[in-house]
Design a binder for this molecule. Structure first.
Ligand code: 13P
Length: 282
């Protein structure tokens, strides 16, 4: 299957009321796990890496492996840069042949975010690449103190942002956060419903790790077409490593790698089931 854009994959998800998994990978084991499960379950996929990862791994090599793995599958795959914060990061993903980039200008003023997102979208669209924008604060890692619904961006401002930037998908703050601490009073479904009525683009939920099956159905019914998972991939890989080492302390690395990949595959299967994206590949 040829690579698809984020726009293509999310339009179908929105129309048929499921969510595509936006899985962030960080090495060969996680890449293999995600792509193999998508193939096995006939699920469309958004295969991502975050700009934050650039300093930890050889991303040029990883990106080439992602492209190769995506081209070999029979399911639609969008290759995606998650949380691009810099112009250089976004352009690097363009050079890799990614079909989708996220520009996360949520730490900027709304005016500055709009200006930069619009410019990046103009360039990306001229190359046939989709763009995900972000408005409003989605907490990072352990920093969730003091976030209130007052910090949600008003719906008319969101509408203006989407219209002017021409983005293909919008990441919204709706009560979830990245990382291991899930505070902020949980999901705000009313907020999602309000935004999904206000804008004409698929919405993206970040901070998807630990969402229950019921929560997933609820957010999908209220406009979410992609749910991102990163933290749980890393935690389940580390868990698997610890369990395996406790069982066989002298296990060699190849054995450990294989076991880690199996653990991540189980996790990806669980989320794909929750997202209702199984057998949706067309
Ligand atoms: P988690 O940290 O909950 O896995 O969310 C990941 C994410 O939203 C990446 O963009």
């Amino acid at each position: 299957m040829a690579l698809v854009t984020l726009r293509q994959v999310l339009q179908d998800a929105r129309k048929r009321k499921y969510a595509v998994g936006g899985f962030n990978v960080f090495n060969f084991e996680t890449l293999g796990a995600v792509v193999e499960v998508a193939e096995e379950l006939k699920a469309p996929l958004v295969l991502g890496i975050a700009e934050r990862l650039f300093k930890f791994v050889d991303v040029d090599t990883l990106a080439a492996a992602m492209a190769r793995a995506a081209q070999r599958t029979s399911v639609p795959v969008a290759l995606h840069l998650d949380h691009g914060h810099t112009y250089e990061g976004v352009m690097r993903a363009v050079r890799w042949g990614f079909t989708s980039v996220m520009f996360d200008g949520s730490a900027l003023s709304i005016a500055e975010n709009l200006k930069k997102t619009k410019e990046i979208t103009r360039i990306a669209h001229s190359l046939g690449i989709s763009v995900e924008g972000e408005l409003g604060y989605i907490s990072h890692c352990d920093d969730v103190t003091g976030i209130t619904t007052n910090e949600f961006v008003p719906a008319d401002v969101v509408m203006d942002f989407v219209t002017k930037t021409k983005i293909d998908a919008l990441a919204v703050a709706a009560g979830t956060g990245h990382g291991t601490v899930k505070g902020m009073g949980g999901l705000n479904i009313a907020r999602l419903a309000e935004l999904s009525n206000a804008v004409d683009v698929p919405l993206v939920l970040h901070g998807g790790s630990k969402l229950s099956r019921e929560d997933c159905r609820l957010v999908i019914d209220n406009g979410i077409a992609k749910i991102n998972i990163a933290t749980d991939m890393s935690l389940s890989a580390a868990d698997r490593l610890r369990t395996e080492l406790a069982k066989s302390p002298s296990a060699n690395y190849i054995h450990l790698m294989t076991s880690v990949k199996k653990g991540v595959k189980d996790l990806v299967r669980k989320y794909m089931l929750n997202f209702d994206c199984i057998s949706r590949a067309i």
